[in-house]
Design a protein around this ligand. Sequence first.
Ligand SMILES: Cc1cc2nc3c(=O)[nH]c(=O)nc-3n(C[C@H](O)[C@H](O)[C@H](O)COP(=O)(O)OP(=O)(O)OC[C@H]3O[C@@H](n4cnc5c(N)ncnc54)[C@H](O)[C@@H]3O)c2cc1C
Length: 473
Amino acid sequence: MTANTVSRRRFLHAALAGGAAGQGASQGSVVPETAGAFEEPAQKLELREDAEVIVCGAGPAGVSAAITAARAGAKVRLFEVHGCLGGVWTAGLLTYIFDFDKPGLTRELTRRLDERGARHNSNPARFVYEPEEMKILLEELCTEAGVTCQLHTRVAAAFREGGRLRTIVTESKAGRQAWRAPVFIDATGDGDLGSQAGCGWDIGQEKECPCQPMTLNALAVVRDVKALTPFMSFNGTDEFQGPGGHLACMEVFKAEIRRAGIEPSYGHPTLFPVREDLVMLMLNHEYGIKPWDAAKISEATMRGRAEIFSIMRALRRLGGPWQGLQIAATAEQIGVRDGRRIHGRYKMTREDLVQGARQDDAVARVTFGVDIHADSKETNQSKPINNGDFKMKPYDIPLRALIARDVDGLMMAGRCISGDFISHASYRVTGNSVAMGEAAGVIAALAATSGRLPHEVAWNEGLAKLKAMGQRV
Ligand SMILES: Cc1cc2nc3c(=O)[nH]c(=O)nc-3n(C[C@H](O)[C@H](O)[C@H](O)COP(=O)(O)OP(=O)(O)OC[C@H]3O[C@@H](n4cnc5c(N)ncnc54)[C@H](O)[C@@H]3O)c2cc1C
């Protein structure tokens, strides 16, 4: 024990006893038992019990779950750590949607985006949307449905009674607050709630990774998007798409970045058209970072932002179609591809994709293929993306993969549902996340309003309810 520790202990004892430093001693003044450790004092929190369904995380899955549960008649609270709804759609500046051609809320979102001119091609399965319009649309839908949203609020802890999740604790500028509900949905993408509640989980190819890399997206203003056609991927209508499809466009774009003197960290740098004067840039890969490692994710975010700006400046120096290129916004949240996958009552596997598995409790059919980004700089050189080297068939996501195995009263939706590394690389895209959210929302509402647990509600009952609500035809 060092002298410093001793004198610090004496100081803290004095503080607790109301000594010279006693004024600030009401919280946190506990003597550490060992050097480098601090025992946080327990405190009594205000407990709110005004919701039947609590949804944690407001990405595509969480907002869909909250809207659906509220429409199904439950009182719903939605917690989100960022200052907007939408997750990777908005805070992540994604601008492109995959696997969206499904019955249910996906169709309604497509129509509502069309009504405000915020969707830019006619393909119902994959299209460009405007992220700021998405933000306000999701807020309107939650408000119309009666969801109580609390932004800037992180879910920090979870507590069980026996095997059942009963209470969560959030942190915000309002301090720590406790919330109790009959049913919870983990839509945090990273499986924060499931892990806090004590569920088993997997990540990446194994617990210590390799994991898929992270990517910081950005929006840039351009003079004329048509002038960038040869470099442009994923328009969907091919209106602005260069010849040879999106892979050829990525190669031409990469050659252009190299001509500007930079080697991008992502081997398939991608330019997405958003509007006539706006593009989205997906340029960087950050390897081996776990989403809960705050120090490493901070470094990755700052490295990603620096890379975006240096590529943008180098391209602008080339002149021609790059004249006037200017970053309009970088994402508030670096895009996380791999987070915790919470163990459910069914775990999807590669075999489901090989077989094209059909499930009696299918909540969605996945058509998007396996999309594995390189897990290291070395792999990125040879194969920036691979499809698992097998041919997948469209397959079903069963409701059981959305219901926690180890803890009752807890469902999952979106990236953090139960599956292996390969199946996750396919089902995680946002069309499936919306369909999962919708299913989790209706089942959670039926369970909570009838005194049952989610696994006691059959999917047919959920489907019938969605039809009665007019949300599925
Ligand atoms: C770089 C990148 C590119 C991609 N490209 C595409 C694409 O082109 N098309 C496509 O459809 N999909 C794409 N995907 C996949 C897709 O974005 C995700 O898999 C999808 O976002 C999953 O939705 P989600 O709601 O589960 O998670 P997220 O969108 O990650 O939402 C999770 C939400 O929970 C919040 N949250 C997290 N922890 C807490 C907490 N403790 N307390 C409170 N709130 C919390 C987050 O802030 C976030 O808003 C891409 C992903 C990445 C990373």
